[in-house]
Design a protein around this ligand. Structure first.
Ligand code: ATP
Length: 344
């Protein structure tokens, strides 16, 4: 699927502005952004429920939406899964999954239902009714129902947000594995970055109707291209810094050199992004900071430490290094690539 300069809005006002990205066949993409940024509106436009103000949407090279073309939603071959699972309560699980297969020969449809029941881990549940299934099981049925007719694309709008955290953690990798097994292209909407990272090959980060960046979860975290993406994804702080060479920058952390040239001119005032995993606790280091707060995360501690300048940054430490608030600890800096933005 390819989106080119897609704008969508209500009453003539664009709430999605010139969105462009491509989702390759078999890939799982994600629209990630804060509430109200336009994720669901864009998803509805792809499904065919909103018309475009500008741009076009193609699937398999064919335009399905533009200002002059709008293929009917039912002819787009797009499957959908929503937060409110909305299974048909009076139909059995097998009948729910078979719902989109009425045009298929009966025996082929039956085989497909049996195959999908097995794929989503619900073999033996075919005669049960939705009310007798847990939330997670119902969401698996909703997925099986959506992918049964082999759509070209599956759209999922916050499909896990009605489920508790533990169940979500179990279900997300399962659903990803099912989609990968079926080589199903899918686009997920979420505001939960851990869910996006666990599910998607490619994440498009949105803010105020604009797609700021599309990339792998790794790129989005380690190579954010805008200040918004840098602050919205993960934890981090901006340190005031001054460029001191093509691969060098000076800040409260001293002179830091990166593997690559950063592209800023000498003496430019910048804000340098520092993530928790860029500053590690190191007993042997003479560079120190004072702990101002701490969080125990099971496998590790996340400390907030004040540098000598007073600037506070995150610091990552293994859970064996349990230090008290107020204590001075050694720090080592591990910034391999520099993420910087011109000082605002
Ligand atoms: N039917 C509508 N008519 C007018 N404005 C709408 C309509 N639907 C959504 N909006 C507005 O469009 C903007 C984007 O909403 P949208 O639901 O697409 O955002 P979202 O990123 O999916 O948010 P959330 O995560 O809270 O669902 C919001 O300002 C919203 O109020």
């Amino acid at each position: 699927m390819t989106l080119s300069n897609v704008s969508v809005g209500y009453d003539g006002e664009a709430v999605v502005k010139s969105a462009s990205f491509q989702l390759l066949e078999g890939q799982i993409g994600c629209l990630l952004g804060p509430s109200g940024c336009g994720k669901s509106t864009l998803l509805r436009a792809i499904a065919g429920f909103e018309s475009l103000m500008t741009g076009e949407i193609r699937i398999d090279g064919q335009v399905i939406s533009s200002q002059s073309i709008s293929v009917n939603p039912e002819h787009r071959h797009i499957g959908m899964v929503f937060q409110d699972i909305a299974l048909f309560p009076h139909l059995t699980i097998a009948q729910n999954i078979a719902f989109g297969l009425s045009a298929w020969p009966k025996d082929v449809a039956q085989q497909r239902v049996t195959y999908l029941l097995d794929l989503v881990g619900l073999a033996g549940f075919q005669s049960r009714y939705p009310h007798s299934l847990s939330g997670g099981q119902q969401q698996r049925v909703a997925l099986a129902r959506a992918i049964a007719p082999k759509p070209k694309l599956l759209l999922m709008d916050e499909p896990f947000s009605g489920l508790d955290a533990k169940l979500r953690e179990e279900l997300v990798p399962d659903i990803r594995a099912i989609l990968q097994h079926e080589k199903m292209s899918a686009l997920l909407v979420t505001h939960d970055q851990m869910e996006a990272f666990a599910m998607a090959d490619q994440v498009s980060v949105m803010a105020a109707g604009e797609v700021h960046q599309t990339g792998s979860p790794y790129q989005i975290y380690h190579r954010p291209e805008t200040r918004f993406v840098a602050s919205f994804i993960g934890h981090g702080d901006f340190l005031a810094a001054t460029v001191c060479g093509p691969d060098c920058v000076h800040s409260d952390l001293g002179n830091i050199r990166s593997e690559l040239d950063h592209g800023f001119a000498d003496a430019t005032q910048v804000d340098l992004l520092v993530r928790p995993d860029d500053i590690l606790h190191d007993d042997d280091s003479e560079f120190v900071g004072v702990i101002v707060s701490k969080w125990f995360r099971g496998s590790h501690f996340l400390y907030r430490v004040a540098l000598s300048s007073g600037k506070v940054v995150y610091c990552f430490a293994s859970s064996h290094h349990n230090h008290a608030v107020g204590q001075e600890i050694g720090l080592s800096v591990h910034l391999d690539h520099l993420v910087m933005f011109s000082r605002q």
